[in-house]
Structures are given as structure tokens and as C-alpha cells.
Design a protein around this ligand. Structure first.
Ligand code: PA5
Length: 477
């Protein structure tokens, strides 16, 4: 990671993450790439975005930026985790921002087989995140758990999301039936807004255990609040180090705005989208432990930046489509398209320098040259060489790509990465001139669902739905 400390214009050692954008430059990829003049433009635009972000922060509009320093809450989450150790299972009921961060961090920082390990090895409860309402999936999950050894963490900032509320009602009813109204309280923990929403009303009326989602922190920016920290601490994640890494991303001070990874990520991708028609960004981790970071990032980037109108009310159709991939697996499925298909994508590789487990390929069948080159190399080495080879091949084909490297997947590096990408999202909001904190586009579909489900006050949507009768000519029987 020496290279990165050299890159950091402030001279401050940043050993948590390195970003290499050589393959975005015209020198490497030809006309699709960036020239020194383009970097000058990006720097200017970013300098103005930095002032804008600073202004918003000072007005208290970006409270997620304070989260890494809320260390006073750590003790609370840690003692909660201690009290949950007696359970075999912690099940999060939540969706979107109330689930994806927890899934990404859990997958990255606990052994990939955490839930399969015997208790003595695991030492912490198993953690499940139920973020869909497919009855088959949810039934299988519930039927496989001993409800007496399970605590359900219902997470909904709004306290109104149909999917989470549907799960909550099923679980509440089951707990009441199996354990009784008094005992069920030991098996429920509700995380929701401190004041608003029906879930908070139920918490107050029933005297349920609860945590608060800090006001002003939206779902997709909430992994470092009670939303993520409580279940993650319960599953044995070192949340203090996670926050410390995030704090370093927040405190990143560089003389050159392009030497700050959050700003560089935002500025480079914005330029490629706005000026080079690279409307999609493939996030491609080369580590199973980082696979779900791509899902979390997909929500963050797509929901925050995909907006119909700009801040001044002009039509915008803004955003860059984040697509998830996994190396090396998707080299054998998606890569052909990225290499030779439409020239509308940038690829962001996400890799780690050192894997936590080494596995050496044995020197057998050395008489076959087709296999002999593998013997003696590590599997991680092969994976990392595949990433490098793919990056180089894309560049040679005129396909811009950049590479983010963590020295190792550990809590502080992951905290840095997640917070850096959240910052980059807010900076990107300034560049696209849209509000990255709202999601008006998802409301209409919810209203139709309410109408179809017969919710009071939404009958008009049911009528509207029924009026748009499908034409049988376009339906295949
Ligand atoms: O980022 C967001 O705000 C959304 O994706 C929400 O997290 C998601 O809709 C779930 O909302 P809630 O936590 O209110 O149930």
C-alpha cells in the first residue's frame, strides 16, 4: 500500500484503501479515457462540490457524516450484544437501507460460514437478514429456527414499509402464540424512528425493547447507526474498528481534491457519465467477502442519484446505473459484454491485497504444461492476477476501469470503504445537481400496492390500476 501513501497529497498515511485510476486515462484506454485537461475540469467542479457539501454539513443536513465519531453509542451496542449472546439466532427483519449494509458487513467481517459453525466456534449468535417477502423463503427461514432461542430485530426507519411490517405481523403473531404476550418481549427488538410511525406507537403501547434511528440519516446511509451496529455487534463484528475506519474517511484532508478517494470516485465517474456517455458502473469485487458490498453500493448509488428532476426543478433523468458483478465468477458470464458490448460502462474493481486464508495449489500433474503453471501459487494470488489481467485487457480494449484495493478485508478498511462511498454519493449529488437523500421514484409503486391490498385512503389507485386494462393481444396465453 506504499503507493497510496505516496499518492496522498497531504502526506498523511492512508493505509486503509488505495484507488488506482490509471485505466481511466486516455493514455491507457484511448479516446474513451480522460486527458489532463479533463482532470482540470473535474478538479474545478469538485472544488465547488466540496464547498457545497461543507455548506450542507454546517446546516445540519448531512448528519451521517458525524456517525463515525459517535463512539459514546458503542458501549450501548456492545452491552446489547452481550445481552443477546444467550440467543442462538438474531434475525433482522428489514429491507433496503435497513438490511443491505448489515448484510454487506456481516458477509465481509465474519467467517463466510459463520451461521454454519457450531456455537463453541462461532461464539456469537447466528445472524440472518430477512429482506424479502417471498413466502417460500420466509417460511423456510422461520421453520428452521427454534423461536425460543431467537431474537427478532425489526428494523424500519419509517415504521411503515409494507414488506417489513408484513414480516413483523407474522413474527409477532407466532411469538405470541408460542411464547405468550409477556415472554415475547424478550424476543423482539424494534429499531425505528424515535417519534414517528406506527412501529414506534406499537413499541410505546406494548412496552417493547427499542432502538432509535437518528433523525436525518436516511436508510442507505444508516449502516453506522443502530440499524447496522446493533445486529453486527451481536454477531461479533468489531464495530469500534468499523467506526474508526469510517472516521478516517471522513477526516481525509488532501490539498488536491482528486487525491481524496471519495471526491475522486465521485468526480471521475460523474465526468465519464456526463461527458463520455458511460451511463453504467459495474462494481466488481474480487473477493467473496466483498460480494455484498456491491449490492449495498447498488442501492446507495442508484437510489441516491437516479432522479427525474434537478434541484432547480429542471428535467434531469440523472444517474449512473450501478451493476453488481463478482470476480472471478462473472469473468465467465458478464465479462464478454463489458469487453466487447456497448461502450457505455465503467468497471470498478474492488480487491484485497491479502486474503485472510491462504490456499496453495499443490504441484501435481506437473507433466502437463497446461496445469504446471498453477502449482505452488496461492488461490488468492490467482484471483488477484485474474483481476489484474482483466483490468489490463479491458483497458487495451478501450474500456475505462479503476481499481480500489483494501490491504485486507478488516473492520477499519471496510469502515473506510463504506463511508468513502457514502461521501462520494453525496458529492455526486452536487455534481448531478440532484438530491441524493430522497427517493420519490419509489412512491408511486407503493401507492398502487396499497390500493391493490385494500389500504384505506388508496382506493383511487386501485381504480386507476383497473382502468389501465391490459390488451389481451399482447399477452401470450
Ligand atoms: O434508503 C432508503 O431510505 C430506503 O431504501 C429504505 O431504507 C427502505 O425503503 C426501507 O425503509 P424503512 O427503513 O423505512 O423500512
Amino acid at each position: 500500500m506504499k503507493k497510496n501513501s505516496e499518492q496522498n497529497a497531504s502526506g498523511r498515511l492512508n493505509n486503509l484503501l488505495a484507488m488506482d485510476y490509471n485505466n481511466l486515462m486516455a493514455e491507457a484506454v484511448g479516446p474513451a479515457g480522460l486527458t489532463p485537461d479533463d482532470l482540470k475540469t473535474i478538479r474545478e467542479v469538485l472544488a465547488s462540490a466540496a464547498r457545497n457539501v461543507e455548506g450542507q454539513y454546517k446546516k445540519g443536513l448531512l448528519p451521517f457524516m458525524d456517525l463515525p465519531f459517535k463512539t459514546e453509542d458503542l458501549r450501548k451496542f456492545q452491552s446489547l450484544a452481550d445481552s443477546l449472546k444467550k440467543f442462538e439466532n438474531v434475525v433482522v427483519l428489514g429491507i433496503g437501507g435497513s438490511a443491505l449494509g448489515t448484510k454487506a458487513v456481516f458477509n465481509a467481517l465474519r467467517p463466510l460460514n459463520h451461521n454454519l459453525l457450531p456455537q463453541a466456534k462461532r461464539q456469537f449468535p447466528r445472524l440472518f437478514v430477512a429482506d424479502n417477502i417471498d413466502p417460500e423463503g420466509f417460511a423456510v427461514l422461520l421453520d428452521g429456527l427454534d423461536i425460543r432461542k431467537t431474537v427478532f430485530n425489526v428494523i424500519s426507519k419509517s415504521g411503515a414499509t409494507a414488506e417489513t411490517m408484513g414480516q413483523f405481523l407474522i413474527v409477532y403473531d407466532r411469538l405470541r402464540h408460542d411464547l405468550g404476550k409477556t415472554a415475547l418481549k424478550n424476543h423482539l427488538l424494534v429499531t425505528t424512528d424515535p417519534e414517528g410511525g406506527v412501529l414506534r406507537k406499537i413499541v410505546d403501547a406494548q412496552g417493547l425493547n427499542s432502538l432509535e434511528v437518528p433523525p436525518g440519516v436516511g436508510g442507505r446511509f444508516s449502516v453506522l447507526t443502530s440499524v447496522g451496529l446493533a445486529p453486527l455487534a451481536a454477531a461479533g463484528v468489531n464495530i469500534a474498528e468499523l467506526l474508526a475506519g469510517a472516521g478516517q474517511a471522513q477526516n481525509e484532508q488532501t490539498k488536491d481534491v482528486l487525491a481524496n478517494p471519495a471526491y475522486a470516485f465521485a468526480g471521475l465517474n460523474w465526468f465519464l457519465t456526463a461527458r463520455r456517455k458511460r451511463g453504467s458502473l459495474v462494481m466488481m469485487p474480487y473477493a467473496d467477502s466483498l460480494a455484498l458490498v456491491a449490492d449495498w453500493f447498488g442501492q446507495l448509488w442508484n437510489e441516491s442519484l437516479g432522479k427525474a428532476v434537478s434541484l432547480s426543478g429542471k428535467p434531469a433523468a440523472a444517474g449512473q446505473t450501478a451493476i453488481k458483478a463478482l470476480g472471478a465468477t462473472d469473468q465467465h458470464s458478464q465479462l464478454q459484454l463489458y469487453m466487447e458490448g456497448p461502450k457505455d460502462k465503467t468497471v470498478c474493481f474492488l480487491r484485497c491485497e491479502n486474503f485472510r486464508t491462504q490456499m496453495v495449489i499443490p504441484k501435481v500433474f506437473e507433466e502437463y504444461p497446461e496445469l504446471a503453471y498453477l502449482g505452488g501459487h496461492g488461490l488468492g494470488e490467482l484471483l488477484n492476477f485474474e483481476q489484474r489481467g482483466t483490468a489490463r485487457a479491458l483497458a487495451e480494449n478501450g474500456r475505462p476501469n479503476l481499481t480500489i484495493t483494501l490491504p485486507q478485508v478488516n473492520p477499519s478498511a471496510l469502515g473506510y470503504l463504506l463511508h468513502m462511498l457514502e461521501l462520494a454519493t453525496v458529492v455526486s449529488g452536487c455534481l448531478y445537481k440532484v438530491d441524493p437523500l430522497d427517493q420519490p421514484g419509489v412512491e408511486l409503486g407503493k401507492k398502487y400496492t396499497y390500493g391493490l391490498m385494500g389500504r384505506n385512503g388508496f382506493a383511487d389507485f386501485k381504480k386507476r390500476y383497473d382502468r389501465a386494462k391490459p390488451d389481451p393481444r399482447y399477452i401470450l396465453p
